[in-house]
Each structure stands twice: as structure tokens, then as C-alpha cells.
Design a protein around this ligand. Structure first.
Ligand code: ADP
Ligand code: AMP
Ligand code: ZN
Length: 220
């Protein structure tokens, strides 16, 4: 990889596999994984004021307001490990967030390098959400059928207990998908116009998606 900083955004609907792929790409690309949902869940776990504020939106499947979200992610991106680039997952989710990110990167003489869009049909997403399980300790994402852990209910990496997200309930998922199509999908055109969008078929095996993402990012 060139020495140029690289900011890569994994774009895609809820449960399209952004977190799963980011965990793999992080190793391949040597970039930190910055997931806004993970940052909110970390705040929830630690019962911070930000976590308490975010919870009401997350429980309803709505987006946390832009000002709060942008401040949280920018603070993370200003940490030294993100100086050479980052793998963004779940952020930006609105045009205002994308513009704020563009501005912040421009101030550092940087820009968004690539935006892989992981395309998955809605009916597949609903099935993925219903079987998703996360590790309490490291946040790793599993699926009871499609990506089961070696030992039921336990994380392969650290033995952490697996749990189901409160917002992975069928009613909330419907809202999240609606929110995605209304507020986040305009980013597909936003980044297409910037010439950085590359569409990847997310409706295939986890390994096949990783292969396509590597190719899309010039790291076959
Ligand atoms: P996101 O971060 O986009 O919300 P996740 O990476 O958590 O999505 O994936 C959602 C669920 O789908 C998880 O249970 C994960 O194990 C599963 N999953 C991810 N990619 C695939 C795939 N290509 N095929 C089948 N299941 C997948
Ligand atoms: P995720 O883990 O990406 O599925 O995010 C879980 C929840 O956190 C979302 O449903 C939102 O309520 C909130 N969230 C995560 N990222 C953002 C964002 N970029 N903008 C607003 N809300 C977000
Ligand atoms: Zn774990």
C-alpha cells in the first residue's frame, strides 16, 4: 500500500456485513476499524451521558442526531492511530455527516479514498439480523447459522459471551431499513459523484465478499 493516508468507508444497509468484513480488512490493510455503532455501544456499556442520550434513538432504530454522532466520530479519528487512515463502518449515515467528514479530512489535507458499497437485498438482511450475535468483550459479529462460533455462545477470539442486540428485533429492523433507504442510501450517489464508489455484491459467502472487497480496494 502507498504511504498515503487511506480513509475507506464501508457503505451498506444494516447487517450487510460491514463489521464482519471490517474485522478481516483491518488485518489486510493495516487500518484501524472505526465503527460508530460500536462506539455508541461502548458508551452504553460504560453508562456515559452520550450512551444514555444515544440509547433512546438506537432502541427505536432511528439515527442518533448528527451533531452528537459527528463529534463522537471526529474525536475518534483525531487519535494518533487514525493519522494514516481508517476503515469507517456505519459512518457517515447522512449527507450532513458525509460533508462534515469531507471537511475534517480536507483540513488535514486528506480525503475519502474509496467507498465500497456492499449491496444486499432487504429480505436477506432480515434473516441475517435475526441470527446475529455479538461478543460482549470485543464486539465480533457471528451468525447462528451463517457464521457460527466454534463453541456455541462463546467468541472464538476471547471466549467472551455472545449476546443479541436489543435493536436486532424484527420491529426495530424494519425501522432501521426504512431509515437506511431514506437517509443513508443518498450517500451512494454522493460518493459515486466523487468517483470513489465501488459496488460489491454482498449476497454471497463471507469469503467471496472479502475477495471482491480486496479486489475493489486494489489489494487482491
Ligand atoms: P453490519 O456490520 O453491516 O451491520 P454484520 O457484519 O454484523 O453487519 O453482519 C450481520 C449478520 O450477518 C451477522 O450475523 C454476520 O455473521 C452475518 N453475515 C455477514 N456477512 C455475511 C454473508 N456474506 N453471508 C451470510 N451471513 C453474513
Ligand atoms: P450499527 O451498529 O451500525 O447497526 O448502529 C446501531 C445504531 O447506532 C443505529 O441504528 C443508530 O441508532 C446508531 N448509529 C450508528 N451509527 C450512526 C450514525 N453514523 N449516525 C446516526 N446514528 C448512528
Ligand atoms: Zn470476542
Amino acid at each position: 500500500m502507498s504511504a498515503k493516508p487511506r480513509y475507506i468507508i464501508l457503505l451498506g444497509p444494516p447487517a450487510s456485513g460491514k463489521g464482519t468484513q471490517a474485522a478481516r480488512l483491518r488485518e489486510i490493510l493495516g487500518l484501524p476499524h472505526v465503527a460508530s455503532g460500536d462506539l455508541f455501544r461502548e458508551n452504553l456499556k460504560n453508562e456515559t451521558p452520550l450512551g444514555r442520550r444515544a440509547k433512546e434513538y438506537m432502541d427505536r432504530g432511528e439515527l442518533v442526531p448528527d451533531d452528537v454522532t459527528i463529534a463522537m466520530v471526529m474525536e475518534r479519528l483525531s487519535q494518533p492511530d487514525c493519522a494514516g487512515g481508517a476503515l469507517l463502518d456505519g459512518f457517515p449515515r447522512t449527507i450532513a455527516q458525509a460533508q462534515a467528514l469531507d471537511r475534517a479530512l480536507a483540513e488535514r489535507g486528506q480525503q475519502v479514498g474509496a467507498v465500497p458499497y456492499i449491496a444486499v437485498p432487504d429480505d436477506v438482511l432480515v434473516e441475517r439480523v435475526s441470527g446475529r450475535r455479538l461478543c460482549r468483550l470485543c464486539g465480533a459479529s457471528y451468525h447462528v447459522r451463517f457464521n457460527p462460533p466454534q463453541q456455541p455462545g462463546r467468541c472464538d477470539h476471547d471466549g467472551g459471551k455472545l449476546y443479541q442486540r436489543d435493536d436486532d428485533l424484527p420491529e426495530t429492523v424494519r425501522t432501521r431499513l426504512q431509515v437506511y433507504w431514506e437517509q443513508t442510501s443518498p450517500l451512494i450517489d454522493y460518493y459515486r459523484q466523487q468517483g470513489v464508489l465501488v459496488t460489491v455484491n454482498g449476497d454471497q459467502s463471507i469469503d467471496a465478499v472479502t475477495t471482491d472487497l480486496r479486489e475493489a480496494l486494489g489489494r487482491p
